[in-house]
Structure formats: structure tokens, C-alpha cells
Design a protein around this ligand. Structure first.
Ligand code: KIV
Length: 271
């Protein structure tokens, strides 16, 4: 059995092997060079340059406003930092739905201009032509089903998806379609744990969950949420590994005090 230190570079092939061996896959978001460097060095398997950058980096209420150029900027910063992880980039809202040629052009721009290793798209059968066309260019594609934040105005709320039979059936069919079409993996967001486990067991491609329970082949979180930088977001599925908001708040407060009192800089901190 190989450990993360033995694997030089994570590829979609390595992820399939990990699933086959029953090894769980770890995934986090990053949007900038410094954070990506730490996360990659720590041994994460996949870094997602998520369109959650729209909320986390730019302060928008939803993921809809972020542009392709902005995603490429974030992705190229991340790629420059990464030695080991697979870097996957979200195609932003409005760059792939309803027009497979535009989808291919958007994906090609991401791959060419950022150096990322693949793209992620939200949706199932309704975007399958776009996925097929992107795959035909040799670009690895990850699917995203369940709560798909780019459709928030259709859903009207961020509550758990696919609790009812009809939506669960459509999700299962979409997951199978994405695998048959050639996606290398999917994200399942905020759906019942039992459903996510059934889907994971029925597929050979890795299924990465967020708010989808322990039965998935791996887990993804938004790094700013799990580090506790974002104080206001506390869903049930989120485990906070730190309270960086408090740490940074405290450090900035101490700096302000030192500057105001004349304590900083001292003799050793000047030329
Ligand atoms: O944009 C994002 O960060 C995502 C994750 C929540 C899966 O899509």
C-alpha cells in the first residue's frame, strides 16, 4: 500500500487506484499561492480552485458573479504553488451551460492559461453535451451533483437536496451518466448520507462528499471554513480544525497596540 509521501504527483489514475484500494481521498479548496503551498505541502490529494472564491475571496453573496478571467487568475496562483496535488478548477456560472462549444473554449482557457489539471462542472444530464465536448479534448472532468450552488436561485435555499424519491432517483441516474460519459470523479454536496453511500458503492469513479456523510470515497471542505477564518458559517457538516478568525484578530490587535505604544519596532527590528 502506498502512502501519500511515496506518490510523486496525484493524477486521476492515482485517485481511481485509491478508491479501488479503499483509501480515502482528501480535498480542500485554495484560491491563492500562499494557502495552496501549505495545503499541498501538508499532503492533500486534490486542491479545488472553487467558484466559492466568489464568496470567500470577493465577498459576493453567491457563486454566480465570478468570471472566467477571475477563476484563471486564482487557478494560476494555485498551480504555481503546487508540487503534488491534482488541481481542479470550477467552470464559473455562464461559461458552459447550454453551449458545448463555449464550454470547451472555457475549459481550454483554464487549462492553457492556468496550467490546472482538470475542470469541474455542476449538473447532470442537462449539461452532458458540454461534458462530452470537454472530454473530447482530453481534459479531465469532475461532476458536481446534489446542492449545486450555481443553481441557488432555482432551489431558493441551501437546504439538504435529494431527500425525496424523485430527486434522489434523478441524482442516481445523473451520477451513472457522468461515469459512463467519462468523468474521473464527482462531488456530492449536501445530500442524505445513505444516498451518497449507495451512489459511491455503485460507481468505480471516486465520489467526494461535502455534507454527504462518511460513505463517500473522500471528503472536501472549503479551507477558509475548516480553518475557522469565516466566523459566520456554521453548518452541521462543517468540522472546524482551528479558529483562525480569533488568532488573526488577536495578532492584529497586538500589532496595533505595539505600534501605538511605540514598542514596535524595537532596536533589533531596525537598521
Ligand atoms: O466552489 C467550491 O468550493 C465547491 C465545493 C464546495 C465543493 O464547489
Amino acid at each position: 500500500m502506498s502512502t501519500y509521501k511515496e506518490v510523486k504527483r496525484i493524477t486521476t489514475h492515482v485517485l481511481h487506484e485509491m478508491k479501488a484500494r479503499g483509501e480515502k481521498i482528501s480535498m480542500l479548496t485554495a484560491y491563492d499561492y500562499s494557502m495552496a503551498k501549505i495545503i499541498d505541502h501538508a499532503g492533500i490529494d486534490i486542491i479545488l480552485v472553487g467558484d466559492s472564491a466568489s464568496n470567500v475571496m470577493a465577498g459576493h453573496e453567491t457563486t454566480l458573479p465570478i468570471t472566467l478571467n477571475e477563476m484563471i487568475y486564482h487557478a494560476s496562483s494555485v498551480v504555481r504553488a503546487v508540487n503534488r496535488a491534482l488541481v481542479i478548477v470550477d467552470l464559473p456560472f455562464g461559461t458552459y451551460q447550454g453551449n458545448s462549444i463555449e464550454a470547451l473554449n472555457s475549459a481550454i482557457r483554464i487549462m492553457k492559461e492556468s496550467g490546472a489539471h482538470g475542470v469541474k462542472l455542476e449538473g447532470g444530464s442537462e449539461i452532458i453535451e458540454s461534458i462530452e465536448r470537454i472530454l473530447s479534448a482530453g481534459i479531465p472532468v469532475m461532476g458536481h451533483l446534489g446542492l449545486t450552488p450555481q443553481s441557488i436561485y432555482k432551489f431558493g435555499t441551501y437546504v439538504v437536496r435529494a431527500k425525496e424519491n424523485e430527486e434522489a432517483k434523478k441524482l442516481i441516474e445523473d451520477a451513472q451518466l457522468l461515469e459512463q460519459t467519462g468523468c474521473f470523479g464527482i462531488i456530492l454536496e449536501k445530500i442524505p448520507a445513505e444516498l451518497a453511500e449507495d451512489v459511491s458503492k455503485s460507481l468505480t469513479m471516486p465520489v467526494i462528499g461535502i455534507g454527504a456523510g462518511a460513505g463517500c470515497d473522500g471528503q472536501v471542505l472549503v479551507s477558509h471554513d475548516m480553518l475557522g477564518i469565516n466566523n459566520d458559517f456554521n453548518p452541521r457538516f462543517l468540522r472546524k480544525y482551528h479558529n483562525l478568525y480569533q488568532e488573526i484578530y488577536g495578532a492584529v490587535g497586538a500589532y496595533i497596540e505595539d505600534v501605538r505604544s511605540g514598542d514596535f519596532p524595537n532596536n533589533k527590528e531596525q537598521y
